[in-house]
Design a protein. Structure first.
Length: 300
């Protein structure tokens, strides 16, 4: 495995020039660091190249495959990376000012480690939507009680954590190719494959929640992708005898649908139908059926 850098920061990007520029500005230009930007078929390719060239450590690659999503882009980034450690950042997020040294210090420490978690902070324009509070609670629980399971198996996003590249390569871990939820199985496998973990109290990464992003709102396609990811996750956890961490999906759908019209008896009927199918499907390996797709259409 050819390693020329201590750290590779992998950034999937698509049509978010302002976010990409802010992210790059938040990363210092230092030796032993590479930033791998994988553009996922953006409209303005010239501007992506112009912004990438502003940072001395940035390298731009393009997704020329037939598939287009962040998971595919991240896999391309892994294949080109030459760092001993990997950090996945989204193009609409950024590193907190003056905190990058905490990231480097975590790498340089003498203790054994294969994955390092950092408490993320929330920065978004959607009132009441904080994607980071649950992950900060996982860190607090580990620091107070030494409980590792939440960090290992329930921290689905790839951001705000360092992962030793050898773990990913040796265990053939990759992101799935679906548009939504492509990081769920990746994160569970990384957590399960590491023996030595570390937690930092230092927040280094800000997660932006904005209208129109992949994580905001809900659609039929998003619901189906996320449900399939949850089915795969539960199947893997069952194989690892971690049934206590399996999720039934009810909270996911109840909290994710944004109702744009008054709640009615018809809506209630479809909710009960949908949840009935979810409860049956989540604890086996079967994928989402046409019947569930039809039920989901009722929400659009």
């Amino acid at each position: 495995m050819n390693q020329e850098f201590i750290l590779s920061i992998i950034v999937p990007h698509k049509n978010n020039l302002n976010g990409l520029e802010r992210l790059l500005k938040s990363i210092p230009e230092i030796n032993d660091l590479e930033i791998i930007i994988v553009d996922d078929k953006s409209i303005d390719q010239a501007s992506v190249e112009r912004i990438s060239l502003k940072h001395r450590c940035a390298k731009l690659y393009k997704n020329n495959s037939d598939e287009s999503n962040a998971g595919v882009a991240r896999n391309i980034g892994i294949s080109y990376s030459k760092g001993r450690w990997l950090f996945f950042a989204d193009s609409d997020d950024y590193f907190i000012s003056d905190k990058f040294d905490c990231l480097l210090s975590a790498i340089e420490g003498d203790e054994l480690k294969e994955i390092v978690f950092f408490p993320p902070i929330n920065d978004g324009d959607m009132v009441g939507r904080d994607r980071t509070s649950g992950y900060r609670k996982m860190i607090d629980l580990y620091l107070s009680d030494g409980c590792e399971d939440g960090l290992r198996y329930c921290w689905s996003p790839p951001w705000s954590k360092l992962i030793l590249k050898k773990i990913i390569v040796d265990n053939c871990i990759r992101f799935s190719s679906q548009k939504y939820g492509n990081d769920v199985l990746f994160s569970v496998k990384c957590g399960a494959s590491t023996k030595y973990m570390k937690v930092s109290k230092c927040p280094i990464y800000a997660v932006t929640v904005r209208h129109g992003s992949l994580t905001s709102g809900m659609s039929q396609e998003k619901a189906i992708d996320r449900l399939n990811a949850l089915i795969d996750r539960n199947h893997l956890l069952k194989k690892m005898q971690k049934q206590c961490l399996m999720q039934n999906g009810l909270t996911l759908f109840y909290s994710s649908f944004s109702w744009k019209k008054p709640f009615s008896a018809i809506h209630a009927k479809y909710i009960y139908q949908l949840m009935d199918v979810i409860c049956q499907k989540l604890f086996c390996k079967n994928k989402v059926t046409p019947g569930l797709k039809n039920a989901l259409k009722s929400f659009s």
